[in-house]
Write a protein that binds this ligand. Structure first.
Ligand code: AHM
Ligand code: MG
Length: 308
């Protein structure tokens, strides 16, 4: 018998308000999925067949999510990777949501997989909190199939969008092995100046690991979630990315929560990703995420090469 997202959330015993919020996010995901499949993927300002102005897909995705977070009335504060400041929504809302509306948007025109990522906190705002305060994290991947993967701290579970527009359970409580043969070396250009990163990449190659890297964090992490393990790295590289490129609130925290709940780990070279205090909305951090022992090995190898 099929299990739908709403009923899976109900069985998880979470408050109805959080279940409704996740269902609104899932709804936004369906509209984005539709826009990707049917829309003009051109730049903002281009017009469609009828001469109407089109929004670029990342702008449209941002708007779809913002609208859903506002109409559900469950959110007090929201912040988008596409916008500078925190948005105040409903003062009575119980939750704060950080989201990346379309991660990997530069991959859209070439038809590679992309995704939307969400990090949900109870209570108002984000600053001064850590990833441990997340009550839920989820992402949608828009690929040949559209999937939604979520955690509320009771394992990590994947749902697949079916032909009648429902998210149906496809993988329940999946787990990451401690080691894995897959590696995804982000920011490989850092290996030019960072001898430790270069040695690590050599070690992965010499050890016979298989490269799986698409340039999109969503499909890259999703790949290891499907293969039962892997290691994804995005180290810093000064002067452009002295703290790495990926953002704590929008990308690193939610994936860290999902990975930990699948038995994996996420670290920035100095501490667990979810222990980093959020000081500003667009804060960046290096990240090493995936199979536990693989993450441990990266941290040992890169050691003091990490920025403070
Ligand atoms: P974006 O949020 O601007 O789309 O950037 C995030 C993406 C990640 O999905 C991916 O891991 C990373 O950028 C790759 O960046 P680069 O190719 O610049 O190293
Ligand atoms: Mg992003």
């Amino acid at each position: 018998m099929i299990k739908l997202l709403d009923s899976h959330l109900y069985d998880a015993g979470i408050p109805d308000s959080l279940r409704h919020l996740i269902m609104y996010i899932a709804r936004a995901g369906k509209y984005i999925d539709h826009a990707i499949k049917t829309g003009d993927l051109g730049v903002a300002g281009s017009s469609n067949l009828f001469g109407e102005n089109q929004l670029a897909l990342d702008v449209l995705s941002d708007k779809i999510i913002e609208d859903n977070l506002k109409i559900c009335r469950l959110v007090s504060h929201a912040i988008s990777e596409e916008k500078e400041g925190v948005m105040e929504c409903n003062p009575q809302g119980k939750y704060s949501v950080a989201y990346d509306p379309l991660d990997g948007s530069s991959l859209v025109d070439s038809n590679l997989a992309i995704g939307s990522i969400f990090s949900i906190f109870e209570g108002p705002g984000f600053e001064g909190r850590t990833g441990r305060n997340q009550v839920a994290a989820l992402y949608l991947q828009y690929g040949p199939r559209t999937t939604l993967t979520y955690t509320v701290g009771k394992g990590t579970h994947e749902f697949t969008l079916n032909d009648v527009g429902e998210f149906s359970l496809s993988r329940e409580s999946f787990k990451l092995d401690p080691t894995s043969k897959y590696f995804a070396p982000g920011n490989l250009r850092a290996a030019k100046d960072n001898a430790k990163y270069r040695a690590l990449v050599d070690e992965w190659i010499d050890g016979g690991k298989t490269l799986r890297y698409s340039g999109g964090m969503v499909p890259d992490v999703n790949h290891m979630f499907h293969k039962g393990g892997g290691i994804f790295a995005y180290p810093p590289l000064a002067p452009k990315y002295p703290n790495g490129k990926l953002r704590l609130l929008f990308e690193c925290n939610p994936f860290a929560f999902l990975a930990e709940q699948a038995g994996g780990a996420a670290h920035n070279g100095q501490m667990d990703i979810m222990d980093i205090v959020i000081e500003k909305p667009h804060q960046r951090t290096p990240i090493y995420i995936g199979s536990k022992d693989e993450v441990k090995k990266v941290v040992e190898r890169l050691g003091s090469n990490q920025p403070s």
